[in-house]
Design a protein around this ligand. Structure first.
Ligand SMILES: N[C@@H](CCC[C@H](N)C(=O)O)C(=O)O
Length: 299
């Protein structure tokens, strides 16, 4: 295996400004060490991104020992989104990443149909590419089961935010704040990070803070900010948007419904139905580049 001793190409993309470096590595020849991923995602040392998406065949990841086995519903020949956070840690799923991943596969011709399955550590994720060109796409992702857990409180700066644990394949604490205006939300200070309650999230969690759902011109609507595990504050988080929608619907005593949610990077639609969710939103592919051979070296 090699990290980057030879020239390797990448694509930069984003989903509602949650941005990713996409590396095509079908046969799993790259060694994505924690430090290498962190270097690529560093906005000064490397390209800069909230995360990395390796495009690989599922079976090749198993053969290379990156996966212990195929996650539920994933077939050996499926394209698999091997997702890494900006700090190099591995996460189970990334909702914005899957849209960018599907857009990339479709725009490059690696996939020639509009509906197909993307593998993730959280299981198979069926996607529908409604429209695409080389730059933009509109993509829906069936996000799988959404499980509401216990109530828990997070500290952000000097303030406490009550919320509920939500599992979307990865862990979230979604805090729906009844008295928080969009202006108040914009003033929440994430600069010192978030302090999760002891014992509730053994593997950490992503934290969403959102306004209570209102009935806007597009139906149920809220505004959200997010602090991601392994990254920090991002302008959007697809799994976080699903967790937020499920938590917001619950405050209305609804188990199903559709919500439009605004984040710093744009707008997405989440549909929750019978414990499963669909996320629909944009993807943008913004640049193609090449890492120079020898750029990454461990001394
Ligand atoms: N940005 C992603 C979530 C990425 C993983 C997350 N930081 C975690 O560690 O669980 C999304 O769009 O869902």
């Amino acid at each position: 295996m090699t990290t980057i001793s030879e020239a390797v190409t990448y694509v930069k993309g984003h989903g509602t400004q949650n941005d990713f470096v996409v590396l095509t590595d079908p046969a799993v020849e790259l060694d994505l060490t924690t430090d290498f991923v962190a270097a690529v995602c560093d906005r000064r040392r490397g390209i800069g991104a909230d995360g990395m998406l390796r495009v690989a065949r599922a079976v090749a990841l198993v053969r290379a020992g990156v996966l212990d086995g195929l996650p539920e519903g994933v077939e050996p020949d499926d394209w698999f989104m091997d997702y890494r956070n900006a700090d190099g840690s591995i996460a189970e799923m990334c909702g914005n990443g899957v849209r960018v991943f599907a857009h990339y596969l479709r725009a490059t011709g690696l996939v020639e149909v509009d509906e197909f399955t993307v593998g993730s550590r959280a299981g198979a994720r069926p996607v529908h590419v409604h429209s695409y060109d080389d730059l933009h796409a509109d993509v829906s992702v069936r996000m799988g089961p959404v499980t509401i857990g216990d109530d828990a409180t997070v500290r952000i700066g000097d303030d406490l935010y009550p919320g509920v644990a939500v599992d979307v394949g990865n862990p979230h604490l979604a805090c729906v704040m009844p008295d928080l205006s969009a202006t108040d939300l914009a003033a929440v200070d994430f600069s010192a990070g978030v302090v999760l309650p002891d014992g509730v999230f053994p593997h950490g969690a992503n934290v969403e803070v959102l306004t209570a759902p209102d009935t806007g011109t597009h139906g149920l609507h809220a505004t959200m900010r997010v602090f991601e595990r392994g990254v920090g504050e991002t302008r959007s988080c697809g799994t976080g948007l699903v967790a937020a929608a499920a938590a917001a619907l619950r405050t209305l005593e609804l188990e199903s419904g559709e919500m439009v949610i605004d984040v710093r990077g744009g707008r997405v639609t989440v549909t929750v139905d019978a414990g499963e969710a669909t996320l629909r939103g944009p993807s943008a592919l913004v640049a193609d580049g090449t890492f120079r051979a020898g750029w990454y070296r461990v001394d």
